[in-house]
Every structure is written in C-alpha cells, then in structure tokens.
Design a protein around this ligand. Structure first.
Ligand code: NDP
Length: 328
C-alpha cells in the first residue's frame, strides 16, 4: 500500500486529492494546523461522511525538527505540499506589507524544510508542490507556459517563484520534485472570499429571498478557471511519471467575472443581478488585473491530463451544492 502525505489536506485541492488517492487504496496522512478555519473544518467533516479519515498530525511546517521526525516516521512514497498562506485581493489592500512578508517567510521556509527532509532522509519520495499563475502576474506574455519567464508583482507570486527555484535545485540533486503551476481552479470547497464562491453564495441567497449586496472589484477581469478536482488529479499524475518536470495546469480559456455571474444568474433565473452588485475599488490589485491565461498543452501531451467538466458544468455543480449544503 502506498503512503501519501498531504499538507493542506482539508483545503480545496488537498481534499479532492484525498478522495482520488483513497479510491486508489493509498494510506493517507495529513499535516494540519491546530486552528482549522471554518472552511477546512467543513471539508474535514464532509470527508468523514464519505468514510475518508486520514491520519492527522498537528505540526508547524516551520518547525524543522518536529517535521523531520514526523516525515521520517511516516516515510511517505509521495508528498503533496498544498498548504500555503494565500491572500485575497481584500487582504492585500487592507493589510499593507506585513502580511505579505509573513506569508513569504512562512511559505518559502515550509517548502525549503520539506524539500531538504525529502532529499536527506527519505529513500525515493515523489514531491509535488503547488505553484501559481501569479508567478506570471507581472509578465507581458499573452499566454503563459512552462517556458515563460516568471515575473511577479505580489509577495505571494514571488514566494511561489522562490519555492520553484528550490524545487529545481533539489531536482538537479536527484529528487523527484516538481511544481504544478496552477491557474485558478474552483469548486464549492473554495473559501467564501474568492470570487466564484462569493457569486454563487450571493445569487443563491437572493433566490432564497435575501437582498444582500454582491461586492466585487472588477466585473471585466478575465480569469482562466477550471474545476479543482481536475487539478488535484493533474498533481497526482505528475508524481507518477518517471522524470519529474513542472507543468502548467490551466483551462486555456478566458472568462470575465461578469460572464460567470451571467452563467450562475441564468441557472437561477435571476434577470436583474446588476442591481445587487456593488463595486469596490479596494478589491482591485495589480496582480488581480493581470492577464493570466495558461497553455496546458505539455500536460495534455505528456500526462494525458484533461478537463472533465466545462465552466458551465462547474457553475451547475457549485449552485447545486450551495442549494443542498453539499461539498461534492
Ligand atoms: P485552500 O486555502 O483551500 O487550502 C489550503 C489548506 O492549507 C487549508 O486547509 C489551510 O487551512 C491549510 N493551511 C494553511 N496554512 C497551513 C499551515 N501552516 N499548516 C498546515 N495547513 C495549512 O487552498 P487550495 O486548496 O485552493 O490551494 C492549494 C494550493 O494551491 C495552495 O498552495 C495555493 O496557494 C495553490 N494555488 C491555488 C489556486 C486555486 O485557484 N485554488 C491557484 C494557484 C495556486 P485553513 O483553512 O485552516 O487555513
């Protein structure tokens, strides 16, 4: 039986990965924080209802000694590093630089610790970490692929670039390590402050008689959106190949925030969604304005990775879940 260790196991991606690996018979281990957010607690409870109960450890990813002891004890075949502090546009504009600095320090140190431990103390683990399209948020390229030079104007993006350099360093030393360069991927398991979830929640509440405002930054912002479970499967595929490599996982299509509202509103028969929208410039950041569009042809060709649902089907799923209180 293979053993997988997942950091951020009760996040959106970690939980889908858990489902995928549980079906394949993996023994699952997860590192979590003491104080799970409401979103992660909800996902944990949902997995429990599905009968998925990974072994859990409360270990700080910046505590090298405890992390080292734990990983040597588990001796995983595959490690998926998905825990990261990340910030919504709201956080970026409200919290000045200190939150960004803490995010950078914590995220880079966690990845550095994990890579070092994998390289020094495990036999031949496979290590996959989550990169981000925001590694390109200050690039001029119209479409971004694995060969587009990284350039970022956000500390989150710069941290992901630094982590990717560490991955490359250890890969050169022989570790099976890779970065999944993830473009936006959504589901009902997204936290409430991300735009797709915000839209679905607000429009379903309006259908149920509520009159709340849908507060958004820029309706014309273009996004490259896919379904989170497909991206989790992509990361699994990346750890199965012989020669580790970084891959872009993206949809390759642009849709505006307004397009997504239209899709969801049409499903819910809301004709006058405009009257519920309030624009707030505070939610617009330079990074969130970047024109990010991923070229995922390498993953398609070498991993045989593909999308299982369209954006319309994703919106359907999110609406159905919001109505029923499920997290499928
Ligand atoms: P989530 O926020 O849904 O999941 C992250 C999980 O990590 C949460 O359960 C969170 O717990 C946990 N976590 C955060 N910090 C720590 C820590 N110090 N120790 C242990 N657990 C921690 O994010 P996603 O699943 O959507 O994203 C997974 C990865 O992919 C992240 O690295 C993210 O940066 C990256 N990514 C995601 C994209 C997307 O569109 N979703 C796009 C690009 C990159 P809690 O909720 O309790 O804080």
């Amino acid at each position: 039986m293979k053993k997988a260790l997942i950091t951020g196991i009760f996040g959106q991606d970690g939980s889908y990965l858990c489902e995928i690996l549980a079906k394949k018979g993996y023994e699952l281990h997860g590192i979590i924080k003491n104080n799970l957010s409401e979103n992660s607690q909800g996902i944990k409870d949902y997995l429990e209802r599905l009968g998925i109960n990974p072994k859990l450890y409360f270990v700080d990813l910046n505590d090298f000694k405890r992390l080292q002891e734990l990983i040597i004890m588990i001796c995983p075949d595959e490690i998926y590093h998905l825990a990261a502090f990340h910030v919504s546009a709201q956080d970026v504009n409200n919290s000045k630089c200190i939150k960004g600095k803490q995010l950078y320090d914590y995220n880079v140190k966690s990845t550095s610790n994990l890579l070092y431990i994998c390289h020094e103390y495990l036999r031949a683990p496979k290590f996959v970490t989550a990169g981000s399209c925001l590694m390109f948020d200050d690039c001029d390229a119209i479409i971004q692929s694995e060969i587009t030079p990284f350039k970022s104007c956000s500390l989150y993006g710069i941290a992901k670039i630094s982590e990717n350099m560490l991955v490359e360093f250890y890969r050169r030393k022989g570790l099976h390590a890779s970065t999944a360069i993830l473009f936006n991927h959504e589901s009902s398991r997204r936290s409430n402050n991300f735009v797709t979830k915000k839209i679905v929640k607000a429009l379903v509440a309006i259908t149920n008689g509520g009159n709340q405002a849908l507060v958004l930054g820029n309706l014309n912002a273009k996004k490259d959106w896919g379904w989170a479970k497909d991206y989790a499967y992509g990361m699994f595929l990346m750890s199965q190949i012989d020669k580790p490599k970084d891959y872009v996982l993206a949809s390759g299509s642009h849709h505006t925030v307004c397009d997504f509202i239209e899709i969801v509103a049409a499903k819910l028969n809301i004709n006058n969604w405009q009257k519920h929208v309030k624009l707030n410039d505070n939610l617009i950041t330079r990074a969130s304005q970047a024109n990010l569009l991923g070229d995922w042809s390498l993953a398609k060709c070498e991993l045989n990775w593909k999308h299982s649902i369209s954006l319309g089907q994703l919106a359907d799923l999110m609406v159905e879940n919001e109505l029923s209180g499920e997290l499928a």
